[in-house]
Write a protein that binds this ligand. Sequence first.
Ligand SMILES: [Zn+2]
Length: 202
Amino acid sequence: MVTIAPPNLVSFALTSCAAIPTAKYSGIIVGCASAAEGGYHISREDQPPGNYSISHYPADAGGDRQWASAVDISMEPREMGNVTHRLTRALSAADPRASALRAFNGSLNGKTALRWECDGAVGTAAPEHAHCLHLEIFRSRANDLRALFDLMSVMVGADSSPFEECAVEQVHGHIERSLDSICARITDIANRLTLMERHEQR
Ligand SMILES: [Zn+2]
């Protein structure tokens, strides 16, 4: 029984932190105080039976059974409000770039923490989420680099997918090769960070 951080989820988290002012990486495996109760911060095989993170959506049945599938990113109130607003807008508009997002906890004003589900439901969240964004990714998408970077493009306020912009430039082959090379490097760095994070867990 083990929980590991998928390399591309680590890449997504660290790149998001680099792209969002004041954002700080707060964890994939560790993070929320509630992780011991089950949920996306721990793997499918480590869940208590019937936990919501494995029982509600078919998209949570896929992916590696040892992957964690949640990210915590801390940020100051202004960025929290901006990022939360962009994510709520993407969910309500069914923006395909947010299709990997199962739910998230955040705050529109940096004071009141709320939870938004992909089905449109809004609920309460623990107070810590006023300054700590908690993203739950469908388990089948937890290592999907394209889906994750599409989501990041929403978070940073971009108007379109970085991958679509490449296609529009009609130099698709060249950019695809460049992207592959960049992704390989990011994955290599992320793999090492994942090993470090696993080491710290022991
Ligand atoms: Zn969390």
